[in-house]
Ligand binder design. Structure first.
Ligand code: C2E
Ligand code: MG
Ligand code: MG
Length: 674
């Protein structure tokens, strides 16, 4: 039975109630033994009994293994032999053999004496109940009833003990124990009558059952290994996200119990660590070396003891630190953990500096479950990175994410991590050359149809995602989709209505802080064979101007790759001339707030004119966005604007509708110019 759920250590819950219960069960067992044993044990027993008894003891040295939610559960198979003994020889011989098996197991697994006594008593009570039933008749129906009764009583006794020790609802504990154990123990109990029948034919048939038990045991061990494997990261042997989630859930339960006991050290911190410069190591020294670096970091982190360490993938680690006093204590711990990265890592004799940024979220201040703590640690880590710091504790006052926004963010992450139809799509809006009326470009715009909320406003969505690591996933998705779309159009059978246009993708300035985006784009272009000139990146002016130096290296690389950079929402970000000249820009997009007023407001018209002149002087292509009517279009033509984008021509459309529109548009421009 599920004995392992009771561990030897002293229980943290109400220990008195638990031990009182254990004492009562042991007492009941002792009474049963005292009442039944004298006279219940036959003077002489046949060989079949001794063979069954021997098999029972041997069988328990190889228990079945199952991985539970937070424990490994053992099922001891002796019961198929002891239940057979009960059917053939009665209660007393059965329980004596069961006691012998318990004693051997307890010695072998080093169980505490109280625990072995409890297990023995638990069997005594179960066999006594079964005995009341099989005494009436050995008809197969009654045997099944007795087996069910044995199983229920046994589980009742164990799950009550587990509940008294760990809490979390008696009924749920019992139901789970029954569910997990019904098949294994049920099969064991119900093979007993077969063993009795076999013994009548030849006692030597009995030990053959050990072979099938061993086979079952092997299979349970293999599947348990696989189940544990699924919670581990294969490179470092650390817990993966799933394993960590379990660990945190267990720790939180423990902390909740302690809180009930009014203990001081009841806080828990979740640290999210992202290494700096890991990508460079990977790129310059190869994946092998990168892997070794991760393994070494994992080793150093785990050496820091009393913390649970996991790897979430890539160069992201998470560390769970329990039993902290307060938030300051959590910060101090995090700082000490970060110290392990201070020493460079020696790889092939080469000292490599690994820094990192860590975000800290503390239970219960910053979250009460794994998801919430992870999200807030992520926000903090991002904050640390944004400030060029190596540590930040989550600051609720600085986080403008309402619970609603956070749940939106969690949904977005799930949607981006899963494949298949997740409601995320790109719409495309044409950019028209004013001189010719020809469509030369398309802007890819994100659309997300949320299963419950409906269409999510992209601006709102970007605002939420931008302050978390979800942004990176989102940008990669958009880039991949846009390039895949270009490739699909290039192969299209339609004579290429969209075969030669350029696609502009919006990226967040934070995407440019590392060079990763350039690698990603280069790889994707290589893989699809799309020329770099077909892709353009739009970056909003205000974000870019906030810290242009930080992104200069990435912009320069993209420029060398041949990818054009457009300054989006031009006019809203106070660009200095100096920066406009220094950054490798190809295009500016005049913000629609100015363009919308061009036809009605002379000031806006003047501003747009001077923006066009400025951009022209710098040799940049000029796009006006938000062109909604013909008057605006005429004025832009007159002012010398290059391209226009807006509802006057077309709204953003899904790719299939766009192809139709392009074909129709081409026909009408041809007719126009002819
Ligand atoms: P943006 O890059 O300035 O995109 C232009 C916005 O103007 C789009 O709004 C477009 O639908 C809208 N628009 C186009 N023509 C007209 C017009 O004639 N009149 C008016 N009133 N509006 C027009 P949308 O699609 O709602 O996107 C809003 C913003 O969200 C974008 O502004 C961009 O900053 C951001 N965004 C959208 N998709 C992405 C994406 O994939 N990644 C990133 N990082 N940001 C995105
Ligand atoms: Mg844009
Ligand atoms: Mg814009």
């Amino acid at each position: 039975m599920e004995q392992s759920a009771l561990r030897n250590v002293a229980p943290p819950r109400d220990a008195r109630r638990f031990f009182a219960y254990v004492a009562v069960v042991i007492g009941a067992g002792a009474v049963l033994l005292a009442v039944h044993l004298p006279g219940g044990f036959p003077q002489s027993l046949p060989a079949a009994f001794w063979v069954l008894a021997g098999c029972a003891v041997i069988a328990d040295t190889r228990p079945f293994v199952q991985v539970g939610r937070d424990d490994v559960l053992l099922t001891f198979p002796s019961v198929c032999f002891t239940f057979a003994i009960q059917l053939a020889f009665g209660f007393a011989p059965a329980v004596l053999v069961q006691l012998a098996a318990v004693v051997v197991t307890a010695g072998w697994l080093r169980h505490a004496a109280w625990r072995a006594a409890f297990n023995a008593a638990q069997y005594l009570v179960s066999f006594a109940v079964a005995d009341l039933i099989v005494r009436r008749s050995h008809h197969v129906g009654w045997i099944v009833v007795a087996a069910v009764a044995w199983f229920m009583v046994n589980n009742l006794l164990v799950s009550t003990a587990v509940w008294l020790r760990f809490g979390k609802g008696w009924r749920a504990r019992f139901a789970r124990a029954v569910r997990v154990d019904a098949l294994a123990t049920g099969a064991l109990l119900l093979s007993a009558p077969g063993l009795v029948a076999a013994a009548r034919v030849d006692v030597l048939l009995i030990p053959l059952a050990l072979v099938s038990l061993y086979a079952v045991r092997r299979m349970t061990v293999l599947s348990a290994e696989r189940a544990l494997e699924a919670r581990r990261d294969s490179l470092t042997g650390l817990a993966n996200r799933k394993g960590l989630e379990r660990a945190v859930a267990n720790r939180l339960q423990e902390h909740a119990d302690r809180a009930a006991n009014q203990e001081a050290a009841r806080r828990l911190a979740l640290l999210l660590l992202d290494l700096d410069g890991f990508k460079q190591v990977n790129d310059s020294l190869g994946h092998r070396v990168g892997d070794r670096l991760l393994v070494e970091v994992a080793r150093r982190l785990t050496d820091r003891a009393d913390a649970e360490v996991g790897r979430l993938g890539g160069d992201e680690f998470a560390i769970v630190v329990p039993h902290l006093r307060d938030v300051a204590d959590a910060r101090a711990h995090a700082e000490r953990i970060m110290d392990v990265l201070r020493e460079p890592v020696l790889l092939d004799g080469l000292p490599i500096d690994v820094g990192g940024s860590v975000g800290v979220a503390v239970y219960p201040e910053h979250g009460t479950d794994f998801e919430e703590l992870m999200q807030h640690a992520d926000v903090a880590m991002y904050d640390a990175k944004g400030r060029g710091d190596n540590l930040a504790v989550y600051a609720p006052e600085a986080d403008h994410n309402s619970p609603e926004r956070l749940s939106l963010l969690a949904d977005l992450r799930k949607a981006l991590e899963s494949t298949g139809d997740t409601g995320i799509a790109l719409y495309y809006q044409p950019q028209v050359e004013l001189a010719t009326g020809e469509v030369v470009g398309l802007e890819a715009l994100l659309r997300w149809q949320h299963p419950e909320r409906g269409l999510v406003d992209p601006e709102e969505l970007i605002k939420v995602a931008e302050h978390s690591s979800v942004m990176r996933l989102l940008t990669f998705r958009v880039i991949d989709d846009a390039i895949d779309q270009l490739a699909a159009w290039a192969e299209g059978p339609d004579g290429g209505a969209a075969a030669r246009v350029r696609v502009a993708v919006n990226v967040s300035v934070r995407d440019l802080h590392t060079g990763e985006i350039a690698d990603r784009i280069a790889a994707k272009l290589r893989q699809t064979g799309i020329e770099p000139e077909r892709l353009e990146l739009e970056i909003t002016e205000s974000a870019l101007m906030a810290d242009p130096r930080r992104v200069l290296a990435t912009l320069a690389r993209l420029d060398r790759l041949g990818i054009a950079i457009a300054l989006d929402d031009f006019g809203t970000g106070y660009s200095s001339m100096l920066h406009l000249r220094r950054l490798p820009l190809k295009e500016v997009k005049i913000d629609r707030s100015f363009v919308l007023g061009v036809a009605t407001d002379p000031d806006d018209a003047a501003i747009v004119r001077s923006m066009i002149d400025l951009a022209r002087a710098l040799g940049l292509r000029i796009v006006a966005e938000g062109v909604e009517d013909e008057r605006t279009w005429r004025m832009l033509v007159e002012a010398g604007c290059d391209l226009a984008q807006g509802w006057y021509f077309a709204r953003p459309m899904p790719p299939d509708r766009l192809l139709d529109w392009l074909t129709r548009h081409r026909r009408s421009t041809v007719a126009h110019t002819a």
